[in-house]
Design a protein around this ligand. Structure first.
Ligand code: NI
Length: 180
């Protein structure tokens, strides 16, 4: 397993739509997933999309462990999701602060669907189908955006709600969610 370099906003791979994975259960796919997991943990992220390590394939990972230091952060089961699809459940929207390993040090307020259904496959080709809400739904929407060449700053409605984490949250604890 190798920690790969996370590319930053400005790199063209982050702006292009990624291609579907066509073969499952291959050494190449296993290696990609292992490297992505290693990289996400090394960077202390909550999620990672393959384009962030300059691999233009529709592979995302995400997961957050319960942490007693951050009781407000909901745990999310570690998941490998390939060729994901999202549908929205209801019309309710929710705004929250997001970060991204490709936009280091920054946070922005982004509106997302509160509740979603998502589906896809793991690296072995097993089908995954889940409903999710809140932070779990947000991280999936953020990561799937990466596969469509969209970075979260493009979704900030009011650019006054975009800034440096250490300044925005200097006096508050709102910044505890990990970036994706
Ligand atoms: Ni991101």
């Amino acid at each position: 397993m190798t920690v790969r370099k996370v590319v930053k906003m400005g790199h063209p791979v982050l702006l292009q739509p990624a291609s579907p994975v066509e073969s499952f259960n291959t050494p190449q796919l296993d290696e990609l997933v292992e490297d992505m997991l290693e990289t996400m943990y090394a960077y202390d992220g909550a999620g990672l999309a393959a384009p962030q390590i300059a691999v233009p394939l529709r592979v995302i990972i995400f997961g957050v462990e319960a942490n007693p230091r951050y009781p407000d952060v909901e745990p999310v089961e570690q998941t490998v999701l390939i060729n994901p699809e999202i549908s929205f459940i209801g019309k309710e929207m929710e705004s929250a602060w997001e970060g991204c390993l490709s936009v280091p040090g920054m946070r922005g307020l982004v509106e997302r669907h509160k509740t979603i259904h998502y589906s896809g496959y793991d690296q072995h080709g097993h089908r995954i189908e889940r409903d999710a809400e809140g932070f779990h739904a947000r991280v999936v929407q953020h990561e799937v955006d990466h596969l469509d060449g969209i970075l979260y700053p493009q979704r900030i409605r009011d650019m006054r709600n975009f800034g440096f984490e250490d300044t925005l949250f200097a006096e508050s604890s709102r910044s505890e969610d990990s970036p994706c």
